[in-house]
Ligand binder design. Structure first.
Ligand code: AHG
Ligand code: MN
Ligand code: MN
Ligand code: MN
Length: 330
């Protein structure tokens, strides 16, 4: 049995930056994930289900667990010296760490502390998504917004935690994608999925079909294509939509498939957030042999302009994304 820290230690020579920094960063994220896992697993017994009577900058009602997970990840990341500041779905602005960290620490972290939080009250899998960059502001100066508004192709690491039938942590540093299952009796994440990659073919499409009438025509045509009968291409495909990006994506990485959250009449720029949802998932996807696009360009090449900006998001098995692109562009 290989633990997360043993694995990261053994592979740290592949990380382009200083030895030990990545393992410190990932271990702080794993520590927070263990805490969230514990809270989620007994959520029905403690008073942490339901809403918090607050909303975030995107106008979403925050659940108690959104707030708890956000606080927990901040605490974990502040407790190590590597991180100069964070940006979170649940915080309006950047959180710049004090005590000289803003001038000296080398990394910034962007985080969706609890993904799929509307599912929490009904015991459906939820997740955490994280994205890590090197600062661009020179050491000695305070970090600023530009450290966070880097295109996804500058990520040095990204990952997610899926709190599902088991709890998994999946990460990449640009050297493949590796998954670790939480062993509760040991309190450790142990290697379960080394070098994860999308199967060459997929037959699952994942989209909130209730919004069908609001979708762009190309997406509607692709959905019809998925539903047509054709033996050679194994259609009709299966439709699966959990409503937690992490859980829908994780199914697709294992089984093959495409996940789509297009722009709609209600969300003209798409719903998912570029910096802490699309970018980290796109980095993992590409490392696992998949494609990720906003329908026009590679997600990882988009130059962000604001912290909470949204993007249409299409990610999955390359042949499925190519087929979708055919309908979007014809
Ligand atoms: P979050 O809970 O972090 O705000 O993210 C919700 C996202 C994502 O997890 C999921 O794929 C999508 O919203 C579901 O949206 P719909 O309910 O509109 O389908
Ligand atoms: Mn939310
Ligand atoms: Mn989310
Ligand atoms: Mn969230």
């Amino acid at each position: 049995m290989i633990t997360l820290s043993e694995f990261v230690y053994a592979k740290q020579h592949q990380f382009a930056y200083a030895t030990g920094e990545l393992s410190a960063l990932l271990s702080s994220i794993a520590t927070a994930a263990r805490f969230i896992n514990r809270e989620i697993s007994k959520a029905g017994l403690s008073d942490i289900l339901g809403f918090n009577e607050s909303s975030n900058i995107q106008g979403e009602a925050q659940t108690k667990l959104d707030v708890l997970a956000n606080e927990r990840f901040k605490k974990a990341l502040i407790s190590r010296g590597e991180v100069a500041g964070i940006a979170s779905e649940e915080d309006d602005d950047l959180v710049i760490f004090e005590g000289g960290r803003s001038q000296t620490s080398k990394y910034v972290v962007l985080i969706d502390p609890l993904d799929g939080s509307s599912n929490i009250d009904v015991n459906v899998p939820v997740g955490t998504i994280f994205s890590i960059y090197r600062r661009v502001t020179p050491i000695g100066q305070n970090i600023a917004i530009d450290d966070f508004l880097q295109p996804g192709n500058k990520q040095v690491a990204a990952g997610y935690v899926l709190y599902g039938s088991s709890t998994l942590l999946v990460y990449t540093t640009g050297q493949g994608v590796h998954g670790f299952t939480y062993e509760p009796s040991l309190g450790m994440f142990c290697l379960s999925n080394e070098n994860m990659s999308f199967p060459e073919f997929g037959n699952t499409y994942s989209i909130n079909e209730g919004n069908y009438l609001k979708f762009p025509d190309g997406v509607k045509k692709y959905m019809k294509y998925c539903q047509e009968i054709d033996k050679e291409t194994h259609r009709p495909y299966n439709s699966r939509y959990i409503g937690s990006l992490v859980a829908d994506f994780h199914r697709n990485i294992l089984k093959g498939g495409i996940f789509m959250y297009p722009n709609t009449a209600s969300y003209p720029d798409g719903k998912l957030r570029l910096l802490y949802e699309c970018n980290p998932v796109a980095f993992i996807a590409e490392q696992a042999g998949a494609k990720a696009t906003d329908g026009f360009q590679r997600i990882l090449d988009i130059q962000p302009t604001s912290l909470h900006e949204r993007s249409p998001f299409f990610v999955g098995t390359p042949s499925m994304v190519d087929q979708l692109m055919h309908f979007l562009t014809s």
